[in-house]
Design a protein around this ligand. Structure first.
Ligand SMILES: *Cc1c(COP(=O)(O)O)cnc(C)c1O
Length: 396
């Protein structure tokens, strides 16, 4: 019999009933160190007092009014994002996949209104992830995601990750946009080199197409800058944001320049819940915490500490791990054994990591984890590696 919850997920046998900072408490009382943060969502850990206050204060005032009216919390968050980024304007969604939908619509509408309606194609990259809507799976294009769901939304081309020569050759008069994650998340923590992102920006300018960045996973302080593209010193035309921006409350956004957004006039797009007072009140509190030089400096300092310790872990367990990669607190351990075995061994040792593509385990901890928690993380990851190594010994 089919379970009452549609069985589309492979779930671990864990149910958490409480979260405190970097810790998750299982129904049986065990305390897990959370290095997954709900897949980079709980950017400030669990039950952060400032976020709880923002949410409950707003809950006592008003939850929902609809976008038929002005929403002061939405305007406040948009103002903050515009002030902090390249963007002139923001549309709020409830998720990353909805941000992808609008990014695609916005790029196509831009060229339509410019009198170049043939520029509908979007070039994306293998190994990317942009959500599970029809546009999202078409944008990612992987066999695993699209198989059986045809007809797939047309107008997407896929190139090998970071292949600049292929990109230069692929852009033609039908290309409206280039879409990529500055650090691929689901694909296995694969950053693009700063020089390559600069080159892609230059190519888009030269050939006349929009640059759309998906910072749903790598944005909101995750890499040690508010947004990952800042490391390369470039700006996109359109950017997708979600995950960390709500700190655990469902919230997403599309940020854009005035020019790129010029086709999106009244009536061209909408959302019932997008930009609701609850989400935006929390989003403002998240921005207030994360977007300070001191906080981002802390992310970089902790990232350096964690990375150095992980290099030691890999060196000590060459039979389990191949390498550390990533940027800031978006780190991946490429495994030599099946990554699912390492994640499961982590559960045995009360530490949570997240599997990713390319046989990687992802470490996406709360950005405010403490130095003691970093030390504890290593103790537990070390124990997990020993659990895996012991199993290898048994079967050898
Ligand atoms: C998670 C993710 C999405 C999809 O976000 P949802 O909120 O799950 O719809 C899109 N792009 C990237 C890079 C992501 O990591």
């Amino acid at each position: 019999m089919i379970p009452s919850v549609l069985p589309t997920y492979n779930r671990a046998p864990l149910s958490f009933v409480k979260g405190e900072g970097s810790w998750l408490i299982e129904a049986d009382g065990r305390r897990f160190l959370d290095l997954g943060a709900g897949i980079a969502v709980n950017a400030l850990g669990h039950a952060h007092p400032a976020l709880v206050a923002a949410l409950t204060d707003q809950a006592h005032r008003v939850w929902h009014v609809s976008n038929l009216y002005h929403i002061p919390e939405q305007e406040a968050l948009a103002d903050r994002l515009v002030e902090a980024t390249f963007a002139d304007t923001v549309f709020f969604t409830n998720s990353g996949t909805e941000a992808c939908e609008l990014a695609v619509k916005m790029a196509r509408k831009y060229w339509y209104d410019k009198g170049q309606p043939e520029k509908t194609d979007i070039i994306a990259f293998e190994g990317s992830f942009h959500g599970r809507s029809s546009a999202g799976i078409a944008a990612a294009g992987s066999e695993k995601m699209v198989k059986g769901f045809g007809p797939i939304l047309p107008g997407f081309k896929h190139l090998p990750w970071g292949d600049l020569a292929a990109l230069e050759a692929a852009i033609d008069e039908t290309t409206g946009a280039v879409l990529l994650e500055p650090v691929q998340g689901e694909g296995g923590i694969r950053p693009i080199a700063d020089a390559d992102l600069k080159a892609i920006r230059a190519l888009c300018d030269e050939k006349g197409c929009l640059l759309v960045l998906d910072e749903v996973q790598c944005g909101m302080g995750r890499t040690g800058r508010l947004f990952a593209h800042e490391w390369a010193g470039i700006t996109p035309d359109i950017m997708m944001v979600a995950k960390g921006i709500g700190g655990g409350f469902p919230l997403g956004a599309v940020l854009a320049t005035e020019e790129a957004a010029s086709g999106m006039t009244a009536g061209t797009h909408g959302s019932t819940y997008g930009g609701n007072p609850l989400g935006c009140a929390v989003g403002c509190a998240v921005m207030e915490q994360i977007n300070t030089p001191a906080f981002l400096h802390g992310v970089n300092r902790k990232a350096g500490m964690l990375r150095q310790k992980l290099e030691g872990l890999v060196a000590a367990h060459p039979d389990v791990f191949e390498e550390v990669r990533g940027l800031g607190l978006m780190l991946g351990l490429k495994c030599k054994v099946p990554n699912g075995d390492v994640v499961a061994a982590g559960y045995d040792n009360l530490v949570i990591t997240v599997p990713g593509g390319d046989n990687v385990i992802r470490l996406l901890p709360p950005l405010n984890l403490s130095e003691d928690e970093i030390a504890e993380a290593l103790t537990r990851l070390e124990a997990a590696a020993e659990t895996v190594a012991a199993k290898l010994g048994e079967t050898a």
